[in-house]
Design a protein around this ligand. Structure first.
Ligand SMILES: [Zn+2]
Length: 90
């Protein structure tokens, strides 16, 4: 479980209570592609939600080009977010 996972796990649970905004959705989606832990967590959360309420429609996938752009963007974001490991001074 990576450091950013805590953030995304929280976002997953929040998504059960409120609609995520577009940026949150995209970041979460991209993280889920890369992270087995969080995608597992989301599956469980969705199971739980479908108990509580009817399934929400999942937003359609982005075109591949846009996915690449966003992936880079979010990866950058995640790297910058790992502040426990500052880059070495050069
Ligand atoms: Zn994760």
């Amino acid at each position: 479980m990576g450091k950013s996972c805590q953030k995304y796990a929280k976002l997953v649970s929040e998504s059960l209570d409120r609609p995520l905004n577009l940026v949150e959705k995209i970041k979460l989606r991209i993280h889920l592609w890369m992270c087995a832990y969080c995608s597992g967590f989301l599956r469980n959360a969705q199971k739980l939600r479908s108990f509580l309420q009817e399934d929400q429609e999942v937003s359609p996938p982005l075109p591949p080009q846009k996915q690449q752009e966003l992936k880079k963007l979010v990866q950058k974001n995640i790297e910058e977010g790992t502040d426990s490991n500052p880059p070495p001074d050069e």
